[in-house]
Design a protein around this ligand. Sequence first.
Ligand code: DLL
Length: 439
Amino acid sequence: MTQTLPDTELPNPLDPEETMSRDEIESLQLARLQETIAYAYDRVPLYKEKYDAAGVHPSDLKELADLAKFPFTEKEDLRKTYPFGMFAVPQQQVARIHASSGTTGRATVVGYTQSDLDDWAKLGARCLRLSGVKPGWKVHNAYGYGLFTGGLGAHAAAERLGTTVIPMSGGQTEKQITLIQDFAPDAILCTPTYLLTIGDAMQRQGIDPRSTSLKVAVLGAEPWTEEMRHELEVMFDLDACDIYGLSEVMGPGVAGESNQTKDGSHIWEDHFRPEIIDAFDPSQTMPDGQHGELVFTSLTKQALPIIRYRTHDLTRLLPGTARPGHRRMGRITGRSDDMIILRGVNLFPSQIEELALKVAGLSPHFQLEITRPDRMDQLAVKIERRDDCTTDRAEAAGLELQKLIKIHVGSSCRIDVVDPESLPRSVGKLRRIYDLREK
Ligand code: DLL
């Protein structure tokens, strides 16, 4: 869709680590891993306690596979040591703090030294460039600014790449639309569901989203599907690419996707060592290509080194393509803690998204409600019909979705096709699941 220069001709050349071979990456990983584990053990009491209790020592790490001997780090560890107990440097060396709100329990707090912030901006810039964003472009940043890592993380990335950043933050959709029309940005950074909200609101105002100046959207912070990519690319006539990250590991920019291949995000393996484990039996490490839970170890972080952090994100590792030395991650199908277990069948919102977008007349606006009438779990999919779908046709579309869910997921559920604009719109990370069962 957009005309792109080969990477070598860009005014902002690739980092040397981006083009390293697999062997070079792995030897760099081993050296950095040995340093990180010793650093964490010496400076963070929780790591020392855990490793001593498990009978492992940093000197046991002789090859990459030895990492599996070390215990995992969980979100709970960060909560237990709230707020700064896992920081490895004195507070005076912490240049910035972020926190993830967390729907349950205390927020998790993360910190960065100036050097961590520098690495973060560099890796974020790598992602944007890989997605086709060019130095000199105008970039509209609609990730939320504040304690969330999305806004400031994407901001620093865009600045580092040499773009003109428009720090709009999330929300105020009308204003977003005005600025997109007046400032004519080339790229937009936001969550996929928020881009959908913006496009939807434009159409309601009689503005064709295809008429905007936007050429690239770099979308992340929540699971999304190939079907949603197609929806957004057609809606806005742009290239939509993925960006992945999480606060505990860094923030946006842990992995990013190429607009040339659109085949999943490349993990920057010179800074992070990924593993996939069996989510049900974490002692089992899975080979590349197999699905499981993603686990990360940071290799260069100073303020908050993180070792074998369980993300609870479900995906698989695939060989690198656009950056052959760095592995890709498949699309995240969901989080293990977001999985709905319905009468013994596992189900993720992304499966519903995928199927709903195959049915003519149904929109991507849906939510899942779980209730427990007569002590039997019941799932209701509330989904908006598209504007051009009549109520009669909507009924048939609902039945079709019900059938698809039964065939592909194995669950019986109720489908309520509702009128356009009757469900809440996303302003960032969209909540899809409403669990109304009494606890
Ligand atoms: O969401 C960081 C981020 C901001 C990433 C902006 C990309 C863009 P947290 O709030 O800590 O950080 O949430 C991290 O969000 O474990 C995933 O479950 C989910 N997530 C993030 N990126 C993606 C993605 C930010 N591209 C949690 N696809 C992660 C699917 C994603 N899920």
